[in-house]
Design a protein around this ligand. Structure first.
Ligand code: PEP
Ligand code: MG
Length: 840
């Protein structure tokens, strides 16, 4: 057998790799090499298991030769990544009348009979694929129950139960190999990132009984808390049990360490507990990972059956990685590599404020932490529709399946009636940092009627607002106050280590002082995009803005702009102060003006009153400004060229704020960015105006300042003509939202309606507004960057569309020597980590 690479005895020397035999087999070999008390184990490779699924069994007798003749065996899955799952373990293979008789003597007849019955029933349902109902009439666990169980098997199959160990083992291996190939199993693991052709290994291990006359039992132990990652021995131990039974029967299980709530292994078996703790500590150091130890006590002797990576929340993942590095078990760089950038989302997630009033309408399993509020929707399609309307929603399902994944991405939280901590909704929710509560049994899900019926008879309907607290498992009515995420010291350590590696800048897109503060807290290296039109959504400012739009003459317009100037100056001064000398890139006004005007009659009437104009004047003017396709109309720099006073006011506000903020802090060098450019001449015209405003402010104040002027590359023409355009620019920033829209000729505001169809039919591999289209839009970025740099070698290059925070866009930009990426403030830590991982 040692020479057969497909079936390998797990010994100190036989070579086993995760890529050929799976993580469990590899881990068991490490445990054997650490001299831990691991029962004899044989590992079957992916190739062997693949052949089994095709009907070609390995030499079963050769496998069995590795074990004592009468030993019972178990088989467990060993996939490359434990998160990809696999068929459940099968215990006690080899049970038959004769082993039953032996065990009656060794373990006592109750234990032996219970084992036998359990094995036959498991075998019938999971291996022979019989209906579990066939055992409904079995009475009790005693000898009579065993007879009935065996009879039921025979009646159903018209064959006696296969008593031969080799036959049983062959059938178990076949059924596990085939289960891995099943459609559901494949979809589930693909949803967790497994490749389509992911292999399964199997390990066959000699059973250590956890049942018997003497001291016996089984349990699991780990040295950290899975939620917080803090040191804390956790786990359970159940006397007279096998496998992971202790986790299913918590009521009777023992605590591991002293606990006021009940008896503990530490008190009852101090020597054994100490051994176990030492083994776990050794595993942590030698396997360089926090491990959960699966152990069995057989006749007072401790056996280590398995070690699995401790399941962990994102918060715990950070703390564990950092602590391993601090304990010098792994290098800091490895700690940085061990945390998925997307995991940071959860750490940064909001929680329901501890002091907020809670109208709890239901409770389930807290499956994915963080809290979110939204309107109830009952289908994934409705969730996507809500997202395209920018409306927060909570996706409510009986349970989720792979078809719901897009809807889950679109929702702010997920609530399911069924499922446990490893259900689809829970696994996916945790994976994407989406607050999620599953297994809610105290609410009736009347999904066909699109409503929820509460225990007290109240009905909650589609569209009602609820809050999912994925940290506590509560479902709350309404929108309670929320608390921003606390960023602990482990998070700060990890970020510091990441920054030490990173070689591309990360800025934030921030429009308001609050955004800027968040960006600063997350150590963004400046603001890469401040969308100034977002500063006008405040109702007081909106009226002044509308007056400006309605001004008939240049003089009238200038008068209103005079009133807007101090507002903008204050905005910019605040941003500069918050960013403390970090660069702030301010984009001049972008959207079409009529976006600021009311569309309905009552709004127009109010506007007429506010401006003291006849309603007919207001409606006429609004109609005159309407555009068929405003995204491609009078917006961006086109507005700056045709109504130059607006950009002039903004430039003046920026320069005056520059002087103001430089007075009491580091000198500010503002960056002014011109949007939606498509021709060099546009830049020349705007530049001339801005330069003259700068000269005027300089003359008026007698103070000097610098500024940098740049262009936003978001039309295909700007990318193609970047060589020309860059001649006038200190920087080029790629606005990939518009660039994607224009490259595809696909409205960014309407694409959501059919995007899922497109992705489902594989027209696009992904929604290009979420994931940068490296082939098409990417080619324009590459062209623009190369051409820009050719005429202006020092030009600063960056990306500031929504794609800026995605690891694959960061990789693309970094590979092309971009200076920085800019993304929304909450994505900054993930971007910092992703960038560091690229550099390591
Ligand atoms: C862009 O187009 O990529 C961009 C950042 O600008 P906005 O989203 O404001 O159009
Ligand atoms: Mg844009």
């Amino acid at each position: 057998m040692q020479n057969n690479p497909n079936t390998t005895l797990v010994t100190q020397t036989a070579p086993i790799a995760t890529a050929t035999h799976g993580g469990r087999a590899k881990c068991l070999q490490r445990l054997v090499r650490l001299d831990l008390p691991v029962p004899t184990t044989v590992a079957l490779s992916f190739e062997a298991v693949h052949k089994i699924a095709q009907g070609e069994l390995p030499d079963i007798e050769a496998v069995l030769k590795q074990f004592p003749d009468d030993a019972l065996l178990c088989v467990r899955p060993s996939s490359e990544d434990p998160d990809w799952g696999g068929p459940g373990a099968v215990l006690n293979i080899g049970m038959n009348d004769s082993s039953h008789a032996t065990l009656c003597r060794d373990l006592g007849s109750d234990a032996a009979t219970a084992l036998y019955m359990r094995f036959v029933q498991y075998y019938a349902v999971h291996v022979a694929r019989l209906d579990p109902d066939m055992f409904d009439n079995v009475t009790g666990n005693g000898p009579e129950g065993l007879k009935e169980t065996l009879r039921a098997y025979e009646d159903e199959t018209e064959e006696s139960f296969p008593g031969n160990r080799a036959t049983q083992l062959g059938a178990v291996l076949r059924s596990m190999a085939r289960a891995w190939d099943g459609t559901t199993a494949r979809l589930l693991r693909q949803a967790k990132g497994a490749p389509a052709e992911a292999g399964l290994g199997l390990v066959v291990q000699q059973m250590a009984f956890g049942v018997g006359i003497k001291k016996s039992g089984a349990g699991v132990l780990q040295l950290v808390d899975s939620n917080t990652g803090l040191p804390q021995i956790t786990g359970r131990y159940l006397r007279q049990s096998q496998g992971r039974d202790a986790l299913h029967a918590e009521a009777e299980a023992l605590y591991l360490t002293k606990d006021p709530r009940g008896p503990s292994l530490e008190e009852e078996e101090p020597v054994l507990f100490k051994q176990l703790q030492d083994h776990a500590a050794l595993m942590r150091v030698k396997l360089r990972e926090e491990m959960q130890v699966e152990f069995t006590v057989d006749d007072g002797v401790l056996h280590i059956l398995d070690g699995v990576r401790v399941a962990r929340s994102p918060r715990a993942a950070v703390r564990i990685a950092v602590q391993l590095a601090k304990d010098k078990i792994i290098p800091q760089q490895e700690a940085v590599m061990r945390v998925e950038p997307s995991m940071l989302n959860e750490l940064l997630h909001r929680q329901v404020d501890k002091d907020a009033a809670r109208d709890v309408i239901g409770h389930g399993i807290a499956a994915s932490p963080g809290a979110a509020t939204g309107r109830i929707v009952f289908t994934a399609a409705e969730a996507q529709a809500s997202a395209s309307r920018n409306e927060d929603c909570v996706l409510v399902r009986r349970e989720t399946s792979p078809e719901d994944i897009r809807g889950m991405h679109a929702a702010k939280a997920v609530l399911t009636e069924r499922g446990g901590i490893t259900s689809h909704a829970a696994v996916i929710g945790r994976g994407i940092g989406l607050p999620c509560v599953v297994g809610v049994s105290d609410i009736r899900f009347q999904t066909n009627d699109k409503q929820l019926m509460l225990k007290d008879g109240r009905i909650i309907k589609q569209g009602d607002v609820i809050t999912i607290d994925g940290t506590s498992g509560d479902v709350l009515l309404g929108a309670p106050a929320m608390q921003e995420a606390a960023l602990d010291d482990a998070f700060q350590n990890l970020m510091d280590w990441a920054d030490a590696e990173r070689d591309i800048g990360i800025r934030a897109n921030a429009d308001t002082p609050a955004d800027a503060q968040t960006a600063r807290n997350f150590n963004a290296q400046g603001i890469g995009l401040c969308r100034t039109e977002h500063m006008f959504f405040d109702i007081n400012r909106l009226t002044v803005m509308r007056e400006m739009i309605f001004a008939e003459t240049g003089e009238d317009r200038r008068a209103v702009l005079e009133r807007l100037l101090p507002m903008q100056r204050d905005d910019f001064t605040q941003l500069f102060r918050i960013m403390e000398g970090q660069p702030v890139c301010i984009r001049l006004f972008d959207p079409p003006l009529h976006e600021f005007l009311p569309t309905n009659r009552s709004g127009q009437r109010e506007l007429a009153e506010a401006l003291d104009l006849p309603l007919s004047d207001v409606t006429r003017r609004i109609e005159a400004m309407m555009e068929y396709n405003p995204m491609l109309g009078l917006r961006g720099v086109r507005l700056g060229v045709t109504v130059p006073e607006i950009y002039e006011m903004q430039a003046r506000a920026i320069f005056e704020a520059t002087l103001e903020a430089s007075r009491d802090g580091d000198p500010v060098v503002p960056e002014i960015m011109i949007p939606l450019v498509s021709a060099k001449r546009e830049v020349e015209l705007v530049k001339t105006n801005i330069d003259s405003v700068a000269a005027a402010v300089h003359n008026e104040r007698g103070e000097s300042f610098d500024y940098r002027l740049g262009v936003m590359v978001e039309t295909p023409r700007a990318a193609l003509r970047a060589g020309d355009i860059a001649q006038h620019c200190a920087f080029l920033s790629f606005g990939t939202n518009d660039l994607t829209q224009m490259t595809y000729g696909l409205s960014r505001d309407d694409a959501g309606r059919f995007m899922s169809d497109y992705v489902r039919q594989e027209v696009f591999p992904e929604d290009p507004f979420h994931t940068l289209d490296l082939d098409g839009v990417g080619e324009l970025l590459e062209l623009g960057a190369t051409r820009g740099r050719k005429t202006q070698p020092d030009v600063t290059l960056s990306i500031c569309g929504e794609h800026g925070g995605n690891p694959e866009s960061i990789a693309f930009c970094r590979a092309r020597g971009f200076d920085y990426v800019s993304c929304s403030p909450f994505r900054v830590p993930g971007a910092r980590l992703a960038a560091a991982q690229l550099a390591i």
